[in-house]
Design a protein around this ligand. Structure first.
Ligand code: C5P
Length: 226
């Protein structure tokens, strides 16, 4: 019955891991599957939003009704996001690598001798896409939502992260191995806003996505009612 609740809203969703190359055959990455972000993109589109999904490498099928932009590194993801204009909302679910190798070797790095000591691996910081969107001034989307994957003190760390990043809401989840969230099919989240925190039950990632999409639709409609 909520079909069309997000009609005319332009929303970007970032999803998946990023791959940060060391050389032509090696990269640094993480265990994100992209599943939660893809489900959110699809749920928002189901409510009529015009959704662009900017995704790192995953093996998921493209969600129906969504414009998909594929990228590999954090810097490519940042560039793709920054080209989008007039966004009403940004939902940053991507597990962007915090650091990347300082240099990318043009050729495969070779071991010379059998007992070679490993080369040091200098890293440099990647751009923080969520923090940049949150502080983008007059072009800032009305609603910016970040995710916080934590393995302990989930709610406290996530509250602090909301303030540090400057986003409006944070969806916090426990990614400790026991919770089996990273790469799994279910998620248990806390939705943190400036003045509330809502503990949701353990749900499939699709159900978390639908509930988040409805919450976003309700938020937009409460803003325009008065
Ligand atoms: O700092 P941390 O990685 O824990 O923050 C997680 C949130 O920030 C997520 O919403 C993630 O998509 C976003 N993020 C980002 N760019 C980064 C690092 C994180 O957009 N370089």
């Amino acid at each position: 019955q909520n079909e069309g609740a997000l009609a005319f809203k332009r929303i970007v969703v970032t999803a998946g891991p990023t791959h940060e190359p060391l050389d032509p055959v090696r990269y640094l990455a993480n265990r994100s599957s992209g599943r939660q972000g893809y489900a959110i993109a699809e749920a928002l589109a189901d409510l009529g939003a015009s959704v662009t999904l900017v995704t790192g490498p995953t093996d998921l099928r493209s969600p129906a009704g969504v414009t998909i932009i594929r990228c590999e590194t954090a810097r490519e993801m940042q560039a793709a996001v920054s080209r989008l204009e007039n966004l009403d909302a940004a939902i940053c679910t991507a597990a962007v690598a915090d650091w990347r190798p300082a240099t990318e070797a043009g050729q495969k790095m070779k071991k010379k001798e059998r007992n070679d000591a490993p080369a040091p691996l200098p890293l440099v910081a990647n751009p923080d896409i969520l923090a940049e969107i949150s502080s983008s001034g007059s072009s800032r989307p009305t609603l910016v939502v970040g995710f916080a994957a934590e393995t302990e003190n989930v709610e406290d760390y996530a509250r602090a992260k909301r303030l540090r990043k400057g986003c409006d809401w944070i969806v916090a989840n426990d990614v400790s191995p026991a919770a089996n969230v990273m790469g799994g099919h279910e998620n248990q989240v806390i939705l943190i806003t400036s003045d509330s925190s809502e503990h949701w039950p353990r749900l499939t990632k699709e159900d978390v996505a639908r509930r988040l999409a409805m919450t976003i639709a309700d938020w937009f409609s409460s803003k325009t009612e008065y």
